[in-house]
Design a protein around this ligand. Structure first.
Ligand code: GLU
Length: 261
């Protein structure tokens, strides 16, 4: 299978912004193993800004654009250095691709992106993708950014014709109500359509260092489902769940792609 895995900052870093070494090592081990089993993998990784915050000893996620850009430029290096080193231990080669909105919106540039992705996968490399946060900034009245990696991962899944998108987050999946507030909240194992009732379940919360939430995940689900691709939201605390997810076994919440195409 061709699988896009998206990891959020909350999975990769501690609340301090410093790398969660145990978590990242476990994630890289599972991804390497799935790659050895024959799956083609693409990693969409957040964490550039969060890790830059840690590396530059900033007090928290910056509010001003230049500091965000600077944090991303520093943190992206640390991210890739970490992936290169850890995947290298299992004999896998990573490739960095940093995108801005125009790269996936303008047909010629999207075509270039699809070409390089196809070739990287043929060559057996593991593309690691993020938005180019050091330069992708919103100008007044002009939206030049994708803004968060849930949507970016869904766009990437579309560009590469993925069979499956897995979003690893700090929550087990979609719940009947917010499990952080309601002890009776139940995990929904499968969603076949993004109905208004499903949308009503998405609160707006994200973690302190990341920028997503359930709403952006549902937007991502809608994007991939209509292309016939499944999407699973699962907890990044246990990367081993990826074995079950890749095998189609129950884990997290699976959004089932349209199968009539
Ligand atoms: N591109 C951002 C980063 O690497 C993350 C965006 C997101 O949290 O979705 O820090």
């Amino acid at each position: 299978m061709k699988i896009v895995v998206k990891v959020g900052t909350s999975t990769l870093a501690h609340a301090t912004g410093r790398l969660n070494i145990r978590r990242v090592e476990a994630l890289v081990k599972v991804l390497s193993d799935l790659k050895n089993a024959g799956h083609r993998l693409i990693l969409v990784s957040s964490g550039a800004i969060g890790m830059g915050v840690g590396r530059l000893n900033l007090p928290g996620r910056p509010d001003d654009m230049p500091t965000k850009q600077a944090a991303a430029a520093v943190g992206q290096c640390e991210l890739m250095y970490t992936y290169d080193r850890l995947f290298g231990q299992y004999g896998h080669t990573v490739a960095q691709i940093l995108l801005t909105a125009g790269d996936v919106e303008l047909p010629q540039r999207r075509h270039n992106f699809e070409n390089v992705m196809g070739r990287l996968l043929e060559l057996g490399a593991l593309p690691v993708i993020n938005e180019n946060d050091a330069v992708a900034t919103d100008e007044v009245g002009v939206s030049t950014t994708i803004g968060e990696n849930d949507t970016l991962s869904a766009i990437v899944a579309g560009c590469v014709g993925a069979d499956l998108l897995v979003i690893l987050s700090d929550i087990d999946g979609l719940y009947t109500s917010d499990p952080r507030k309601d002890g009776g909240a139940k995990l929904i194992p499968e969603v076949r359509a993004i109905t208004p009732e499903v949308e009503a379940l998405a609160g707006g919360t994200g973690s302190a260092l990341g920028s997503g939430g359930m709403a952006t995940k549902l937007k991502a689900a809608r994007l991939v489902m209509e292309r016939g691709c499944d999407m699973v939201i699962a907890n990044g605390q246990r990367p081993e769940a990826l074995y079950d997810i890749a095998a189609g076994r129950p884990a997290g919440t699976r959004f089932v792609g349209r199968k009539d195409q």
